[in-house]
Ligand binder design. Structure first.
Ligand code: BDR
Ligand code: CA
Length: 310
């Protein structure tokens, strides 16, 4: 049997982050060596607590959870309670966690893991603003050549933005961190809004998850019931985009996604378009590719995988 692939999930839960974590923890192909929390959808005190709650929901008290950056590198924190609710995990009534955070700072954990594990064996899965990842790259630049790949949810090209007309939330919240990551030379797979806006939590798909009839299935359906309300109103669709689980699904079944290698640059200067991901999709700049930018998803295959695993 092949060894499970080692991943670190860097996250700001968030209902869709929670579903991504549940999918990873349910997948024997993956070994979650740690979960690192970052400020994003809600402040850090809540994202770190929410990460613990999700591990407990999954029955995985063995997972190590670390607390990371309390704010973006240069800008004030912007949160998204209008989407995720006051707690970040509004929906199900999850108990207060009894698991505790690790003592080590998330950034130190990321650096230590990458320096200790064999080069090219650890994948980073950022599901929130890229602050922790950028801080790790600054703290120990040698990690850049040891990271297997970074598979991240963030940005948009054809769909542009969701928090401003030109920027997606994760990149907008910490554009300077994103700039560092996209310039790092680490192989990057980017799951932008172009993909996630096609992964809709339609009523039939959510009911399919509820029908699993386990505590995890029921809680996931309740998370999605809450999460899709805001986006259904915003986009007028049946269901909302299920962003972050696309990252984990890519690791499990890359064939569900298609895209191309492009250069991606991050806007950090203009207040009007701050955090825009400038994707050279048509190869007009001559700048070298630094990311595999996904555009399409087999959404039915994605939800079938998620439902089977949960
Ligand atoms: C991203 O922003 C957050 O609200 C979601 O958790 C996802 O990571 C989508 O723009
Ligand atoms: Ca997220």
């Amino acid at each position: 049997m092949t060894q499970p692939a080692k991943i670190i999930i860097d996250t700001d839960p968030g209902q869709d982050d929670a579903v991504a974590i549940l999918l990873a923890l349910a997948s024997p192909e993956l070994e979650v060596v740690g979960i690192t929390a970052v400020a994003g959808n809600v402040p850090l005190a809540l994202t770190e607590k929410n990460a613990l709650k999700i591990c407990e929901l999954a029955g995985r008290r063995d997972i190590k959870v670390f607390s990371g950056a309390i704010r973006p590198l240069m800008r004030a924190l912007v949160t998204a309670e209008e989407v995720h609710g006051k707690t970040g995990l509004n929906g199900p009534d999850l108990p207060e966690p009894t698991m505790t955070l690790q003592d080590e700072y998330a950034v130190d954990f990321i650096v230590r893991t990458l320096m200790n594990e064999a080069p090219g064996t650890v994948t980073l899965c950022p599901l929130g603003p890229l602050t922790n990842i950028a801080l790790a790259l600054i703290r120990e630049p040698k990690i850049a050549e040891r990271i297997k790949q970074i598979v991240l949810m963030g940005g948009g090209y054809f769909e542009q933005g969701n928090v401003t007309p030109s920027a997606e939330f994760n990149i907008y919240v910490d554009p300077h961190a994103a700039d560092i990551v996209f310039r790092s030379g680490v192989p990057i797979v980017m799951m932008p809004l172009d993909v996630t806006h096609k992964a809709l939590t339609t009523r039939a798909r959510v009911e399919g998850i509820r029908a699993i009839n386990t505590p995890v299935g029921k809680a996931t359906a309740e998370l999605l019931d809450f999460f899709e309300r805001y986006d259904e109103r915003k986009y007028g669709t049946d269901g909302g985009p299920l962003h972050d689980p696309c990252v984990i699904a890519y690791l499990l079944k890359p064939g569900l996604f298609s895209g191309r290698d492009c250069n991606v640059a991050i806007e950090t200067a203009s207040e009007l378009t701050m955090g825009a991901t400038v994707v050279d999709w048509w190869g007009v700049t001559g700048r070298p590719a630094n990311a595999k930018v996904m555009r399409d998803i087999d959404a039915d295959g994605f939800f079938a995988l998620l439902t089977e695993r949960l």
